[in-house]
Write a protein that binds this ligand. Structure first.
Ligand code: MLT
Length: 419
């Protein structure tokens, strides 16, 4: 078996710059051959016009719009619409969508009963995934979506309720009573209200805090075929419903190699801080792989240049802390680690740059979000991307179930011998 001979390459089609359409029927795998690509490092699983990444240049665009242009502008709900429906909403569409979000923020009383059954120590990601799946039981009308209007309402429900579920998961973990959503508040302030209420009411009017969380959600909203998004597409390819597919996405995101990575970064920064290790010494240990020391939040499967989200999040963390009139020693350590690593041939040669997880934990910590909620916030941000991909999969790959092959390495035929 000569594996090297069997792979074939396709031209890379640049989303917004695509010169030609490719007929999906041309892309059928060649019968009889299997391309072995562990971790799908170099396998294109679909055509997509949602998000464009150029990993060499460090470019990221949502529906053609460079990520940098979201820095001071839109709110998360506009971006959600953009990703799901392919263009920015008109004012009327935005208002209608925001009204649907408000109207659907509450959880069904039956769903709330489920919360009571979870142990206090239940991981919020487990609750999140279970509850998103449970939406399939409460909204059977969304089990099949047949067009723009049904997608719009199902998306509004899901995007609105994920935030309520997340806040309730947190309140449950603290043994605190739930706080009902407040229809007067917009998306992000309403979430902060349900999380903290008094004495954190300043969140409702504090633009700095609101903007920081809004930006963080936008920057996490999509990232083409990452592990959770490709999971959503894979599950959706069996024609599983939107809620079930996104619940699977939450599970994929949970792991420390994916959404859980910013927690790892924060632990590393804490360790450096508490242990009085200098950033120079830490980088040295990471290079020598001493005692498994790793520079967390550095390097990315796709980016061989700066992850543009990391740049924006680093700046946002600085701005947030300055506006709050606070400092955070962990931010200083992160900045120093970045400076040292980016001048070091070891990191330069390996093209290791800070990724999205490097600064996000510092922002979340400044907002008073506990560590066990970090990945939950990532999930709230990523949801519009999951919905967009689920729909695209459903529309463009109908009846084409995802079904990778494997290279079998086990026994040859063996006879059954009774015990
Ligand atoms: C993401 O945003 O999902 C992460 O950067 C991981 C990835 O893209 O593979």
């Amino acid at each position: 078996l000569v594996l090297d001979d069997v792979s074939y390459q396709l031209p890379i089609v640049h989303g917004t710059e695509g010169e030609r359409a490719i007929d999906i029927r041309d892309l059928r795998s060649q019968t009889g051959y299997i391309t072995l690509d562990p971790g799908y490092g170099n396998t294109g699983s679909c055509l997509s016009n949602i998000t464009y990444i150029d990993g060499d240049q460090g470019i990221l665009r949502y529906r053609g719009i460079p990520i940098e242009q979201f820095g001071n502008g839109p709110n998360f709900i506009e971006v959600a619409w953009l990703l799901i429906f392919g263009r920015l909403p008109t004012e009327e569409e935005y208002r209608g969508f925001a009204a649907d979000l408000n109207a659907n923020a509450n959880l069904d009383e039956g769903m709330k009963l489920h919360f009571e059954g979870f142990p206090r120590a239940a991981p919020p990601m487990a609750i999140l995934s279970a509850m998103i799946n449970a939406l399939s039981c409460f909204y059977p009308e969304h089990l099949e979506l047949d067009g723009h209007d049904s997608l719009r309402l199902a998306s509004a429900r899901l995007i609105s309720k994920i935030r309520t579920i997340a806040a309730y998961a947190y309140r449950h973990s603290q043994g605190l009573p739930y706080i009902y959503p407040d229809a007067k508040l917009r998306y992000v302030p309403n979430f902060l209200h349900m999380m903290f209420s008094q004495p954190y009411d300043q969140f409702q009017c504090d633009e700095v805090v609101r903007n920081a969380l809004n930006l963080l959600l936008i920057l996490h909203a999509d990232h083409e075929q990452n592990c959770s998004t490709s999971t959503v597409r894979m599950v959706g390819s069996s024609q599983a419903n939107l809620f079930a597919s996104c619940a699977a996405g939450v599970c994929a995101l949970w792991g420390p190699l994916h959404g859980g990575a910013n927690v790892e970064v924060l632990c590393m920064l804490e360790q450096i801080h508490q242990g009085n290790v200098t950033p120079e010494e830490y980088v040295r240990r990471a290079k020598a792989k001493e005692g498994n020391t790793r520079l967390m939040g550095f390097g990315h499967r796709v980016y061989k240049n700066f992850d543009p989200r990391a740049k924006m999040l680093g700046e946002a963390a600085e701005k947030l802390l300055a506006n709050l009139g606070r400092t955070d020693p962990l931010l200083d350590i992160a900045r120093k680690l970045e400076e040292i690593a980016l001048q070091d041939p070891y990191f330069i040669e390996r093209k290791l740059y800070p990724n999205v997880d490097f600064y996000s934990g510092i922002i979340l910590r400044a907002l008073g979000i506990p560590t066990n909620m970090f990945t939950v916030i990532f999930a709230i941000g990523r949801l519009p991307g999951w919905i967009a991909h689920w729909w695209e999969q459903n529309q463009t790959m109908a009846n084409k179930i995802a079904r990778p092959r494997q290279i079998y390495t086990g026994n040859g035929q063996t006879d059954y011998t009774p015990m």
